[in-house]
Design a protein around this ligand. Structure first.
Ligand SMILES: Nc1ncnc2c1ncn2[C@@H]1O[C@H](COP(=O)(O)OP(=O)(O)OP(=O)(O)O)[C@@H](O)[C@H]1O
Length: 334
C-alpha cells in the first residue's frame, strides 16, 4: 500500500486505468435577452478502459467528443467529477508532481516551447525543471536530435520554426525526462506528408525500442492505421468502440477511395476481379474508385496499373466523422 492507502502499481495491472470516469462542466448560457441559464455538460460520461504498458492506442472521436477532457484528467490538469483514474497506480489529480516525471504531453495545436528562445533553451529549462540527471539528459537529447533531425534547429528561435519543425521540437521536449507514457493530441495536424511520415516513424521506433506507452488523439485515420493496433472511439463522452483498427472499419462499414490519375480521359475503368471496387466519380483524367476499407489496396492498385496507363495513384481514408456516423446508423438500425 502507498502512504495514501492506494495500492502501488504492479506488473500485470493496467498501466492506464479508468473506471467510470466522469467530468461535468457547469456552463452558463444565454437564454433570452437578460436571462442566463445554467447548463450541465457531461464532457466525459462514464468511461472505463485499461491500457497495458507498452501499448500504442488511438483515442478518437468527432469535435467536442470529450477527448481533450479525458487527456486533461489523465495528466491531472482537471479533477474528475466522478469515477477513478490511475496511471501506474498514481492518482493524477492528487499527485500531479509525482506523475509529471512519468508522463510526456504533446498538444499539436499549442506549443510547450518558449516562443522567443532558441529551441535548445527550452530543453535546458526542461532539464532543470524535471531534474533529469545530466548524463541521461545528454543521451536523450542526442537521440532525439538525431532521430528527429533537429541538429540545425537547436539555435533557432521557436517562432521561426515551420509547423513540422516545431512539432518535432515539441515531441523531443516531451521525451527528455524519459516518460513511461506519452499523450499526443493531434501530433500530425497541419503537417505535410513528409513531416507526417517522419513523426510517425519516430513514434513507432519510440514505442518499439523503449516500450513507451502511447495514447494518441487524432483526426487522421492514417495515423491510427499506421501506428495503433488498438483504437477507442468516443462520442458524447461515452466509449463507442474499443478494439482493433480493422474491426473499426468493419463496425463502421467504411469505404476507402483509390484516386487514379490517368494519362488521358478514359471511360469509367472496368475492374473485373476486384470485388467490391467501383468507380464512383470521373473528373477528366481523374477517377475515384471506392473499395471496402477492410481490404488492402494492393490488389486493386496492381489491377489498375496493369490495365491502364497511369500518372499517379493515391488512397484516401474515410474520415472519422463518417465512420462514426455509420457506427451510429448501424446501431440505430440494429
Ligand atoms: N472548461 C470547459 N468548460 C465548459 N465546457 C467545456 C470545457 N472544456 C470542454 N468543455 C465541453 O466539453 C465537451 C467535450 O470537449 P473536449 O474539448 O473534451 O472535446 P474533444 O473531443 O477534445 O474535441 P476537439 O476534437 O474539438 O478538441 C464539449 O461540449 C466542450 O464544449
Amino acid at each position: 500500500m502507498g502512504d495514501d492507502g492506494t495500492r502501488e502499481w504492479a506488473a500485470g495491472d493496467g498501466f492506464i486505468e479508468l473506471d467510470g470516469l466522469e467530468k461535468v462542466f457547469d456552463v452558463r448560457r444565454r437564454a433570452g435577452r437578460f436571462r442566463r441559464e445554467r447548463q450541465r455538460v457531461r464532457a466525459v460520461d462514464g468511461i472505463s478502459f485499461r491500457v497495458a504498458r507498452g501499448e500504442m492506442v488511438g483515442y478518437i472521436g468527432p469535435n467536442g467528443a470529450g477527448k481533450s477532457t479525458t487527456i486533461k484528467m489523465l495528466t491531472g490538469i482537471l479533477t474528475p467529477s466522478g469515477g477513478r483514474v490511475r496511471i501506474a497506480g498514481i492518482d493524477p489529480a492528487r499527485e500531479r508532481t509525482r506523475l509529471a516525471s512519468r508522463i510526456g504531453v504533446v498538444f499539436g495545436q499549442r506549443t510547450m516551447l518558449w516562443w522567443d528562445l532558441p529551441l535548445i533553451d527550452s530543453y535546458r529549462l526542461a532539464h532543470r525543471m524535471y531534474r533529469v540527471p545530466d548524463a541521461r539528459f545528454r543521451a536523450n537529447l542526442d537521440r532525439c536530435v538525431e532521430l528527429l533531425d533537429l541538429g540545425d534547429l537547436l539555435k533557432v528561435p521557436v517562432r521561426q520554426l515551420s509547423l513540422g519543425q516545431r512539432m518535432r521540437g515539441d515531441i523531443a521536449a516531451a521525451l527528455l525526462h524519459d516518460p513511461d507514457v506519452l499523450y499526443l493530441d493531434e501530433p500530425t495536424i497541419g503537417l505535410d506528408v513528409i513531416s507526417k511520415t517522419r513523426v510517425r516513424e519516430f513514434l513507432r521506433e519510440l514505442n518499439r525500442d523503449r516500450g513507451t506507452t502511447v495514447l494518441l488523439t487524432t483526426h487522421d485515420l492514417q495515423d491510427i492505421e499506421q501506428l495503433c493496433g488498438r483504437v477507442m472511439v468516443i462520442d458524447h463522452g461515452r466509449l463507442l468502440y474499443d478494439g482493433t483498427t480493422a474491426g473499426l472499419h468493419e463496425a463502421g462499414g467504411g469505404e476507402r477511395t483509390l484516386v487514379v490519375d490517368l494519362e488521358r480521359e478514359t471511360p469509367p475503368l472496368e475492374l473485373p476481379g476486384a470485388p467490391g471496387a467501383r468507380v464512383v466519380r470521373v473528373e477528366g483524367t481523374r477517377q475515384y474508385l471506392a473499395f471496402p476499407a477492410t481490404q488492402s489496396a494492393a490488389p486493386l492498385v496492381a489491377r489498375v496499373a496493369a490495365a491502364y496507363p497511369l500518372v499517379d495513384l493515391s488512397v484516401r481514408e474515410p474520415d472519422i466523422e463518417s465512420v462514426i456516423a455509420r457506427m451510429y446508423g448501424e446501431r440505430a438500425g440494429a
